[in-house]
Design a protein around this ligand. Structure first.
Ligand code: NDP
Length: 331
C-alpha cells in the first residue's frame, strides 16, 4: 500500500489568509480510525467551499483536506463489519470538517461513519448524490411524513439549480409532485424543465416585501436550501397543513416570521440535518435513492473534475455559479 498519497491541502499562511494546493501527504498523518478507505470519488458541496477558504465555522484547524463526501473501497479494516475491497460510502459526521476528507486519495474514519454502497448505485452515482442527495432525500422523507403527497398541491424548491436543489427537484418530479423551482440563473431553465419542473420563478419573484404575516396560499410544501427572505415568503405562502423542509442558508440564516402560519394554518417548519443524522435513517434514505427515488437524469446534472481542477470549481460554488452536482474523481 502507498505510504504517501495526493490530497488537496488548505493552509493558513497568516491569520485570515488561506492557500490551497495539491500535496503529497503521509498515510501516518491521517487520523486514527477503524476503516482506511481508498477514495475513488468525492463531491463538491457548498460546505466544502467554505472549508476550502478557511471558514472556521466549518473547519477550526488548518492545514486541512476538505471533502465531506467520499466513496471508495476498504483498504484496511480493524473491525469485522467491513472487509478489504468492499465498496463503501461516507458522508457527513466530521469528514472534511476537522477530519481529513474526500479530497485526498485515502481517508481513515470510525467504522460508525461508514455504510456499504447501496445496491443499485455505482460509486460514482453515490457521489452524484453525496451529502446533497442524502439531504434532498431527508427533506423529501420529512415532507412525506408530514402528509405532503402529490395530490396536496405544488412543492417549491429554492436554490433550484444547486446541488441539493436540483436533486430535490429530480426526486420530487420522479415521485409525481408538481414542482415549482426558484432559480437565479436563466441558463438553468432548460435543465430544470428537463428534470420535470412545472414552473420556474426568479429569486425576486420568490420574495414578498409587503410585510404581511400571511400571503395567498400556493404551496403544499417546500424544500428550502437558501433561508432568508425566500424562506420567509414561502412559509407565509403555504396552504393549510403545509410544511417546509429547511436545510440551507446560502441567502441568509435569518427569517422574519410571526406565529400565524403555525397557529392559524397548522404549518410546520421542519429542520433537516444530514451531518449527525442517525445511521439507520441514512441507510433507509440511501436505499430509496438507489431504488424507487433514483432520478433517471442523474448524468444530466453532473460535471466531473479531478483534484487539479477542483480549486476553480470551489471558487464557482462559493459565488453560486455552479449548476447541479460536481463529482471529484480521484481514481
Ligand atoms: P449549491 O451552491 O450547490 O446550491 C445553492 C444554490 O442556491 C445556488 O446554486 C443558487 O441556485 C442558490 N443561491 C446562491 N446564492 C443565493 C442567494 N444569495 N440567494 C438565493 N439563492 C441563492 O449548494 P448546496 O446545494 O451544496 O447547499 C445548499 C445549502 O444547503 C447550503 O446552505 C448548505 O450549507 C446547505 N446544506 C445543508 C445540509 C444539511 O444537512 N442541513 C446538507 C447539505 C447542504 P439558483 O441560482 O438556482 O438560485
Amino acid at each position: 500500500m502507498e505510504k504517501i498519497f495526493s490530497a488537496l491541502v488548505v493552509r493558513e499562511q497568516e491569520a485570515g489568509k488561506f492557500t490551497r494546493s495539491l500535496e503529497q501527504v503521509k498515510m501516518e498523518d491521517l487520523p486514527d480510525g477503524e476503516v482506511l478507505i481508498k477514495v475513488h470519488y468525492s463531491s463538491l458541496n457548498y460546505k466544502d467551499g467554505l472549508s476550502a477558504v478557511g471558514n472556521k465555522g466549518v473547519t477550526r484547524n488548518y492545514p486541512h483536506t476538505p471533502g465531506i463526501d467520499a466513496a471508495g473501497t476498504v483498504a484496511y479494516s480493524s473491525v469485522p463489519e467491513f472487509s478489504k475491497g468492499e465498496e463503501v460510502i461516507v458522508t457527513g459526521f466530521d469528514l472534511g470538517m476537522n477530519t481529513n476528507g474526500g479530497y485526498g486519495e485515502y481517508i481513515r474514519v470510525p467504522s460508525a461513519w461508514v455504510i456499504p454502497l447501496p445496491k443499485g448505485l455505482t460509486l460514482k452515482e453515490s457521489m452524484i448524490f453525496g451529502t446533497a442527495g442524502l439531504t434532498a432525500g431527508l427533506c423529501t422523507e420529512a415532507l412525506i411524513a408530514h402528509g405532503i403527497t402529490p395530490s396536496k398541491g405544488p412543492v417549491l424548491v429554492s436554490g433550484g439549480s444547486g446541488g441539493v436543489g436540483s436533486l430535490s427537484v429530480a426526486i420530487l418530479s420522479k415521485l409525481g409532485y408538481e414542482v415549482i423551482a426558484v432559480t437565479g440563473k436563466k441558463k438553468a431553465h432548460e435543465i430544470l424543465k428537463s428534470l420535470g419542473v412545472g414552473k420556474i420563478i426568479s429569486r425576486e419573484e420568490a420574495v414578498d416585501s409587503s410585510g404581511k404575516p400571511l400571503l395567498r396560499p400556493i404551496y403544499a410544501g417546500a424544500i428550502d436550501t437558501v433561508g432568508g427572505s425566500i424562506l420567509t415568503t414561502a412559509m407565509k405562502s403555504l396552504k393549510y397543513g403545509g410544511s417546509i423542509a429547511c436545510c440551507g442558508l446560502v441567502s441568509s440564516p435569518k427569517i422574519d416570521l410571526t406565529v400565524f402560519p403555525f397557529i392559524l394554518k397548522g404549518n410546520n417548519l421542519l429542520g433537516i440535518d444530514s451531518v449527525e443524522c442517525e445511521i439507520q435513517k441514512r441507510i433507509d434514505v440511501w436505499n430509496k435513492l438507489a431504488g424507487p427515488w433514483k432520478p433517471d437524469q442523474l448524468s444530466k446534472i453532473t460535471e466531473t473534475c479531478n483534484l487539479d481542477q477542483l480549486s476553480d470549481k470551489i471558487q464557482q460554488i462559493l459565488k453560486g455559479e455552479l449548476m447541479g452536482r460536481t463529482v471529484v474523481s480521484l481514481y
